[in-house]
Design a protein. Structure first.
Lengths: 118, 114
């Protein structure tokens, strides 16, 4: 099966500019996640979608970050205006709609989008 | 609060030597546990997972991990490291919070000496 697709792979912008990242999850995966991974740290959840509804966006800086998942498939994460501290890798992950007997699902990650804010 | 701790930021081993990466978690119930590996410029790839049953789980690339409830640990091991194992390793837990919430540790960067 095709993996999680993300674009662009790399983006360099000036502070206060805007940027958008795109993610196409594995076909049939209802749950989609956006993580922020700052250099030297583990991934931090920004937002979680179940189909096209938001399940958790408690750590999303809503004054500058927004995300949408139209039609429950592709998703876009936008930052406007960007700050220096937004320099990070933005990882998209998806998981299947059911976890079988275990409940929890395995996350499948894309390669990530590396953002540098100057 | 729930958390995952990976005490070792960097580990260096010689090729062919054994490896153990430590992971401790803080959670009131039995969590679902994962180890992921991240090569430079890549996303995270699942190495292995523990959901229930046998506390020693086998993964890909010759890795294994043991769940020890009494120590709240899920350490990753490999008997003989290969140069290609050089990467960053993340331990993660999935906890129930309405839906499943995944918490990652800060990672351990493995360097392999030839």
């Amino acid at each position: 099966e095709a993996g999680v697709a993300q674009s662009p792979r790399y983006k360099i912008i000036e502070k206060r500019q805007s940027v958008a990242f795109w993610c196409n999850p594995i076909s049939g995966h209802a749950t989609l996640y956006w993580y922020q991974q700052i250099l030297g740290q583990g991934p931090k959840l920004l937002i979680q979608f179940q189909n096209n509804g938001v399940v958790d966006d408690s750590q999303l800086p809503k004054d500058r970050f927004s995300a949408e998942r139209l039609k429950g498939v592709d998703s876009t994460l936008k930052i406007q205006p960007a700050k220096l501290e937004d320099s990070a890798v933005y990882l998209c992950a998806s998981s299947s709609p059911t976890g079988g007997t275990s409940g929890a699902n395995v996350l499948t990650f894309g390669a990530g989008s590396r953002l540098t804010v100057l | 609060a729930q958390s995952v701790t990976q005490p070792d930021i960097h580990i260096t081993v010689s090729e062919g030597a054994s490896l153990e990466l430590r992971c401790n978690y803080s959670y009131g119930a039995t969590p679902y546990l994962f180890w992921y590996v991240q090569s430079p410029g890549q996303g995270l790839q699942l190495l292995l997972k523990y959901f229930s049953g046998d506390t020693l789980v086998q993964g890909i690339k010759g890795f294994e991990a043991e769940f020890k409830r009494s120590q709240s640990s899920f350490n990753l091991r490999k008997p003989s490291v290969h140069w290609s194992d050089a990467a960053e390793y993340f331990c993660a837990v999935a906890i129930t919070s309405g839906t499943y919430k995944y918490i990652f540790g800060t990672g351990t960067r493995l360097k392999v000496l030839a």
